[in-house]
Design a protein around this ligand. Structure first.
Ligand SMILES: [Zn+2]
Length: 391
C-alpha cells in the first residue's frame, strides 16, 4: 500500500486543479465520469477532490401550469356599501370579522393588513459568506431571476434548514449561473459543486442560463428527474423551488463532506473512518468513497449517480415539503395583495364620493387610500416576482 502523507490546506490547494469549463461540460453532458475527471488520489496517494454534481435532468417543455389553489378568493359577503360594493375573503385574517368592518367612524387610521409572516423564515442572504453577485454579473438580464431566487431562499424554511452550514457562516455559498447545453435529450436545471480555488471552503450552485431570461425562470418539466421526483404538477416558478431544494440537498451533502475533510486533515481514509464513527449510513458513505483492492480510499467515481440514488431513496419528501411551504406562503401573499387591492379600490372610490362612509370626509379616505397603496407597493417591490402568478 502506498504510504500517504497528509497535506495542509495550502499544500492541497496547490495540487488541486481548478474547475475548468471543458471538464464541467463533460460532466454536465449526462453523468459521463470518464476521462479522469475525478483526480482524487494522485500518484503519491494524496487525496484530491474534484466534484461536480449533475442535477435535475428532465425534458423541457410540455409542462402544465397547475399552480396553487385559487379557491376561497372573493367568496365573502357582497354587502352594498353605497358607492362601491366591497367584500372580503372568508379566510382573510385581518382581526376583523369577515365582511363586517366598521366604517362608522370613517376609515381606519392605519392599515389592518399584515405581511404574511411565513415570508421571513428562510436564509439570511445578507451574510457575507453568501455570495449571489455572480447571478447578476454575467451580462444577462437577471433582475427577475435574482428576485425569484432571493425570494425563495429568504422565505423557505426547508431550504434554510438544508443550507444550515452556510446560513450559519461555517462554509461559503456562491450562487451564479452558467450555460449548460442540453445533452442526450435532457436538460440540466442547475449544478452544484465545490469551488476548488477556495481552500475547500466554498460550494457553488449555478443555474442554467438556458433556463431563464429577463422574465425569470422559464423551463417547466413533466415527469421524473434524476432523483425520481415527479415534476408534472409543478408550475414554472415551483420548478425553480424544486431546483433550489434539489441543489440545496447537494450543498448540504457537500458541506457534510467538507466538514468531514477539514476535521480529518483532508485525508480521505481518515475522513471515511471518521464518518463511519459519526454514524453516517453505509449507503451515504459509499456514495462518497471508493475503496480499492489494496484498501486505498478514494472518491467514488460514480458519485453523481450514487448520490442521486441516495436522494431518491431518502430525500424526495424534502423537495415536496419545500414546494408545499412555498405554495402556502405564496397563496397567503396573494390573498393579502388581493385584499389590499380591494380595500384600496374601495377607499379610492370613497375618496371621490360626495357622501363618503362614516363620520369622515373625502380626505380621510384619500389618506387611507395612500396608506394602503404604499403598503401594496412595498409588497409588490419585495415580492412582485411571485404575485399574480396563479397562487
Ligand atoms: Zn442533482
Amino acid at each position: 500500500m502506498t504510504q500517504r502523507k497528509k497535506l495542509n490546506l495550502k499544500e492541497l490547494e496547490l495540487q488541486l486543479p481548478a474547475i475548468e469549463t471543458n471538464e464541467t461540460k463533460i460532466i454536465l453532458g449526462g453523468n459521463d465520469y470518464e476521462d479522469g475527471i475525478f483526480h482524487l488520489i494522485n500518484e503519491e496517494g494524496d487525496t484530491i477532490v474534484h466534484i461536480i454534481d449533475n442535477c435535475v435532468d428532465g425534458n423541457p417543455g410540455g409542462g402544465n401550469n397547475v399552480g396553487g389553489s385559487q379557491e376561497g378568493n372573493n367568496a365573502g359577503a357582497d354587502d352594498d356599501q353605497g358607492d362601491f360594493d366591497h367584500y372580503y375573503d372568508y379566510d382573510y385574517d385581518d382581526g376583523y370579522a369577515d365582511g363586517n368592518v366598521d366604517y362608522s367612524q370613517g376609515p381606519p387610521t392605519t392599515s389592518p393588513f399584515h405581511t404574511p409572516t411565513g415570508l421571513s423564515n428562510g436564509m439570511n442572504l445578507a451574510q457575507p459568506n453568501i455570495n449571489m453577485d455572480p447571478l447578476i454579473d454575467d451580462g444577462v438580464q437577471d433582475a427577475t431571476i435574482m428576485a425569484q431566487v432571493q425570494g425563495i431562499l429568504s422565505s423557505n424554511s426547508v431550504i434554510k434548514g438544508l443550507l444550515g452550514f452556510y446560513n450559519n457562516g461555517y462554509f461559503n455559498l456562491t450562487i451564479g449561473s452558467e450555460t449548460i447545453p442540453n445533452a442526450n435529450g435532457q436538460s440540466t436545471g442547475a449544478i452544484t459543486g465545490f469551488d476548488s480555488t477556495s481552500n475547500w471552503t466554498t460550494v457553488y450552485i449555478a443555474l442554467n442560463e438556458l433556463g431563464f431570461n429577463e422574465n425569470g425562470w422559464q423551463w417547466d418539466w413533466t415527469g421524473l428527474d434524476n432523483m425520481g421526483f415527479d415534476h408534472s404538477s409543478l408550475n414554472t416558478i415551483e420548478e425553480l423551488v424544486a431546483i433550489l431544494a434539489h441543489e440545496s440537498i447537494h450543498a448540504k451533502h457537500n458541506a457534510d463532506f467538507l466538514n468531514a475533510l477539514h476535521e480529518n486533515g483532508m485525508n480521505m481514509s481518515d475522513t471515511r473512518n471518521w464518518m463511519i464513527s459519526q454514524g453516517y449510513s453505509t449507503e451515504y458513505i459509499n456514495a462518497w468513497f471508493s475503496v480499492d483492492a489494496n484498501g486505498n480510499v478514494g472518491f467514488n467515481p460514480n458519485h453523481g449517480d450514487a448520490v442521486h440514488t441516495y436522494m431518491q431513496n431518502h430525500d424526495q419528501d424534502i423537495i415536496q415539503h419545500a414546494i408545499d411551504e412555498f405554495r402556502t406562503d405564496m397563496h397567503q401573499l396573494q390573498q393579502t395583495v388581493d385584499n389590499l387591492r380591494q380595500e384600496a379600490d374601495f377607499a379610492y372610490k370613497e375618496s371621490l364620493s360626495s357622501n363618503p362612509m362614516g363620520e369622515s370626509d373625502q380626505s380621510d379616505w384619500a389618506e387611507y387610500y395612500q396608506t394602503l397603496q404604499h403598503q401594496l407597493n412595498e409588497l409588490l417591490y419585495d415580492w412582485g416576482a411571485f404575485i399574480d402568478k396563479g397562487f
